[in-house]
Design a protein. Structure first.
Length: 252
């Protein structure tokens, strides 16, 4: 990918190690003050061209929250690989907003900030190739321009905003495509036919859509973009984890 334009990175802060449960492929967080829900089986996504039209597509679990549902203007949607650190940070903010639910307590702002700093640094390390276990990683974002139509989603706009070509945009959907040297526990779910060392596999992580834009097909769109990139990389199989009870994600 093209070099990302730099943004001042938050100072790295050490953070408690994740507690792994059920599936070691994705960290499952279980702290006193914030929870990342348990993750279920791995579902491989066949992306070779011969199976493209029949591939199942799933997204990661999403924390349920009551939120205003907004209409999606597809003419304004931009789905592409992140091109700046500011955009990576906006993606991290959306993931924290989606995957974590925090109890109100003294110091929750500091706790959330440290979580953001840790995840931001980790994502940059993967994208920049600093993690030897990852051969290649890209962050795909769906974004909308800042507009009056988003005025009712002030929290989303304030936390997930970035600038592109001098204009403010908001990340409303995101995921990572990870080409790893080895995918831990990759065959927990359905095993692909012809599994062997000659198959090239990749893993989709942190798949999420802003709660205000659920049920608009945006999750399908960002995963379709991930499939296209995976084919360009020579990937034949994609994997993603979903909660066992998340039927909507399994049917996407």
């Amino acid at each position: 990918m093209a070099p990302l334009s730099a943004v001042a990175a938050p100072q790295f802060v050490r953070f408690p190690v994740a507690i792994l449960q059920r599936s070691p492929t994705i960290p499952v967080w279980n702290h006193n003050y914030g929870n990342r829900r348990a993750i279920g089986e791995a579902w491989p996504l066949r992306v070779a061209s011969r199976d493209w039209g029949h591939a199942g597509m799933v997204a990661s679990h999403l924390c349920e929250r009551e939120a205003l549902t907004l209409d999606l203007d597809w003419k304004e949607i931009d789905v592409r690989e992140a091109s700046s650190e500011e955009e990576l940070l906006a993606a991290i903010q959306l993931r924290i907003r989606t995957f974590y639910e925090f109890k109100q307590f003294y110091g929750v702002e500091d706790y959330t900030r440290r979580l953001m700093e840790r995840e931001f640094e980790a994502l940059k390390d993967r994208v920049y190739g600093k993690r030897e276990e990852f051969k290649r990683v890209c962050c795909i974002n769906a974004s909308l321009p800042m507009s009056p139509s988003l005025s009712d989603a002030s929290d989303l706009c304030s936390t997930c905003k970035f600038s592109k070509d001098g204009k403010d945009r908001v990340v409303v959907g995101t995921l990572d495509v990870n080409q790893c040297l080895k995918l831990a526990d990759e065959l927990t779910g359905m095993k692909p036919e012809g599994s062997g060392d000659n198959l090239t596999r990749a893993y989709l992580s942190n798949v999420c859509v802003a709660s205000e834009l659920h049920r608009n097909g945006l999750g399908y769109t960002i995963v379709a973009k991930a499939k296209k990139i995976a084919l360009e990389w020579g990937i034949t199989d994609l994997y993603v984890h979903v909660a066992a009870d998340n039927e909507a994600a399994q049917k996407l």
